[in-house]
Design a binder for this molecule. Sequence first.
Ligand SMILES: [Zn+2]
Length: 124
Amino acid sequence: MADYKYKCLECFKTYIGPQLPAKMTCNCSPAKQIAGVKVVRPLSDALLRAITSGEAATLRAELCTRWQIENKSHVSHGANFSSNQKVVNLIMDIVGPVKGGLRNTVRQAAIADFGYDIDTGEMA
Ligand SMILES: [Zn+2]
């Protein structure tokens, strides 16, 4: 779950955590209602690691087996995966065609394996 940040720039009362049911009441006099903003956590190093097309083919095969997804890449072409891509790009490429009940299973698996939510594109 994404965190939310609420901060008053005058009294500096700050809250970071799950989204509040209402705005934050700050310590100014009179108190103000501070709206929260969603905190986007940076992707992990594991997700941002650059991989070669050879590594990508290996990792794709591993993840497809592990997540029980049909591997649609053509090994002879080194997949349709260009250089300078990252693990997260490969994951999104693999899960792109996955729909229905399997999607939820794979989503949970990706959260367990990478801490990454494939539906929001953010850290889980
Ligand atoms: Zn304040």
